[in-house]
Ligand binder design. Structure first.
Ligand SMILES: Nc1ncnc2c1ncn2[C@@H]1O[C@H](COP(=O)(O)OP(=O)(O)OP(=O)(O)O)[C@@H](O)[C@H]1O
Ligand SMILES: Nc1ncnc2c1ncn2[C@@H]1O[C@H](COP(=O)(O)OP(=O)(O)OP(=O)(O)O)[C@@H](O)[C@H]1O
Ligand SMILES: [Mg+2]
Ligand SMILES: [Mg+2]
Lengths: 227, 227
């Protein structure tokens, strides 16, 4: 479903080149459950941004469900980001002056969902991450973990089939982290594709395949034995 | 050294009151090594903000090295935040348009350190967190873990005796996380006071005392047995 071929991402800093990804290839099928791990700065978020159509490679190809992403127009890309893919950012990226509720309903506004339905779906997503009593707060009036959960609710509200979550439990206590992982596990059982970045081994063990990056390259790609 | 007595912090949201801290008391001596844990939203960052003189309680007292913080003037508070306390924020709070180097040297500018010395001290802090080859990048040109490490370098550059670190390893892979904990352990051995918020048990075990919060109150406060 997601096919990255020889993808490189290079940033030019004056005369210095930063090779965030170096000719990486990765093939992900529908309904896979993948954890991406690796040292700080190894290219995980960069790879997630390419997979999520948020960033274009410097070279190489990315085929999303058989289509070459670099050949898509802006409308196609916007629709993919809005409806097909749910993206949880490492730094949340919530709108600071809007409430949790409005942040979560925004993807539904973009997809043209009527107001009555938006309210139901947004409140459902907010309830699933345990933020019902914070729905009228703005991000600055939330704890770090509450912001993270608002970002998760927003990513799931349009019921995307591909979920990209960059450190979704990094700011959560163990109990809340397990609740979020239960949501992701349930989405996987329901047939969706789950790709998450984590640095915690117990979180990675929810996945069926672990891809490790190092210095912008794939160091290993294994399916651990399941009990 | 740090004495919180019956401190409450209440936010008014229209007619609803959010009790972030509810009459909390905590006594921390010099050279203690404390981990604060607890569920998302339980008041950890709020407590850190009070301890770091970044936020004033709604009621109760805070004595920092014997002095009532509420009676201090702005100059005294600025000096405490700049020189006595090093604060690593849960959301980093770096200046987005400035390089890592400038972000890290800023506390030295405020403390009146001469330029030549600033360069040495800032580069030393940057090297200790492994960011030497990212010193000219801006925060938007860094990975999540690199931003976290820049925030740590900035917190340590003025050599404060009290270090408050809110989830300092939340965005770091295990190896880099251990390097940061080695820095904090070393600072503790050197006589400084270390207070960190974490949701990870292995990180908390570096501390000599674990305080758990729940719903804005202290649920437990223990010194685990040391081997
Ligand atoms: N400015 C604010 N206005 C209203 N409520 C707030 C504000 N800041 C924080 N809160 C609330 O106070 C409570 C405590 O927040 P705090 O940030 O201290 O939690 P925390 O323990 O650090 O959580 P986390 O582990 O998620 O970072 C939360 O329920 C939060 O929603
Ligand atoms: N806009 C940019 N300009 C220059 N370099 C960049 C930019 N964005 C990222 N980088 C560099 O690319 C490399 C990969 O970054 P990336 O964010 O993908 O790492 P990561 O694996 O997600 O790290 P972390 O675990 O710390 O979040 C890093 O070394 C980073 O400094
Ligand atoms: Mg990252
Ligand atoms: Mg917090």
């Amino acid at each position: 479903a997601l096919e990255i071929q020889n993808v490189s991402k290079t940033y030019m800093m004056g005369t210095e080149a930063v090779h965030a990804l170096q000719s990486v290839s990765l093939s992900i099928e529908e309904n896979e459950y993948i954890a991406i791990m690796g040292p700080s700065g190894s290219g995980k978020s960069t790879m997630m941004n390419v997979l999520g159509c948020l960033d274009t490679p410097t070279s190489g190809e990315y085929y999303l469900e058989g289509e070459d992403v670099s050949k898509m127009n802006d409308d196609q890309l916007a629709e993919i980001r809005n409806q097909k893919i749910g993206f949880v950012f490492q730094t949340f990226n919530l709108i600071p002056r809007a409430t949790v509720f409005h942040n979560v309903e925004l993807p539904l506004v973009y997809s043209g969902t009527p107001p009555a339905e938006r309210i139901l779906m947004a409140n459902d997503a907010i309830e699933r991450v345990g933020l019902t009593d914070r729905a009228t707060h703005k991000p600055t009036e939330l704890s770090g973990g509450q912001r993270q959960r608002a970002a998760i609710a927003r990513a799931l509200v349009n019921k995307p089939t591909i979920i990209l979550a960059d450190e979704p439990t990094g700011n959560l206590d163990s109990v809340t982290g397990r609740e979020i992982m239960a949501i992701l596990d349930g989405l996987h059982k329901a047939g969706n594709t789950i790709i998450l970045v984590t640095h915690e081994q117990e979180i990675a063990e929810h996945a069926h395949r672990i891809v490790k990056l190092r210095d912008g390259q794939v160091e290993s790609d294994v399916r651990p034995n399941r009990v």
